[in-house]
Design a protein around this ligand. Structure first.
Ligand SMILES: Cc1cc2nc3c(=O)[nH]c(=O)nc-3n(C[C@H](O)[C@H](O)[C@H](O)COP(=O)(O)O)c2cc1C
Length: 217
């Protein structure tokens, strides 16, 4: 293609939209997360609930991918997936996870870390039944993370389960459901000029109380 050659090393952005200070953050990181989420919604950030989920397997090797936040269960961050997937196996071996949101339109990042648990089966059932029919059939048809010989396997599986469940309510597959991250670290990052960003970290102690600190960018 004609034109200037792309030099990745030259790509950079100066952040000037906003500032983050202790007064505006307050004492409760969950309320502040909800405030930022609403602001991101109002700013029409696309895929606002898409977050990077990092897990580590039994050998400590990290793995990361995007999943969708589907809500907060009190102060816990809930997403849904296949319990037999690679991430499901990693979480079985090492039940800790990290989540990262990047809301670039607002020059903001939120990092969340903590122990992970499966949510109650009844809550997974309720969410599963709220999904479109196609997604429910898809949860049966896709052996997530497993190697398949070709695309055709998926289409055959889909048709098989579509027929199987044509007359009955589609049950939640036993291998599919929700997890929640019980946060013990939540960091709010606001981009600032000259790489002098604002970082406010909350750490939860054994009693459940949050303490707040400012980190250097
Ligand atoms: C925008 C976006 C949203 C996604 N949401 C989910 C999700 O909520 N749950 C899920 O299991 N996979 C979701 N995925 C697919 C995952 O990134 C990943 O490919 C899949 O879960 C298999 O990961 P694993 O093999 O590490 O278990 C999403 C991908 C993208 C790009």
């Amino acid at each position: 293609m004609a034109g200037k050659e792309l030099n990745i090393a030259d790509i950079r952005q100066d952040y000037r939209l906003s500032v983050l200070d202790e007064n505006s953050v307050g004492e409760d990181p969950i309320s502040f997360f909800q405030k930022w989420f609403t602001e991101a919604e109002n700013a029409q950030v696309t895929e606002i609930n898409a977050m990077t989920l990092a897990t580590a397997d039994g050998k400590g090797i990290p793995h990361a991918r995007i999943v969708l936040l589907k809500g907060l269960d009190k102060s816990d961050f809930v997403f849904f997936t296949n319990y037999d997937s690679a991430k499901g196996n990693e979480l079985g071996a090492n039940p800790f996870a990290a989540l990262v949101f990047f809301w670039k339109e607002l020059e903001r990042q939120v990092r969340i870390e903590g122990r992970i648990e499966k949510i109650a089966a009844a809550d997974s059932d309720a969410y599963f039944q709220s999904r479109p029919v196609g997604s429910r059939i898809g949860a049966w048809a896709s052996p997530q993370s497993q190697e398949i010989t070709d695309r055709n396997i998926l289409d055959l599986n889909y048709t098989k389960y579509e027929n199987e469940f044509s007359q009955i309510e589609i049950p939640r597959p036993p291998h599919w459901g929700g997890y929640k991250v019980l946060p013990n670290h939540i960091e709010f990052w606001q981009g600032r000029s000259n790489r002098m960003h604002d970082r406010i970290l909350f750490v939860r102690n054994e009693t459940g109380a949050w303490t707040r600190a400012r980190l250097a960018p």
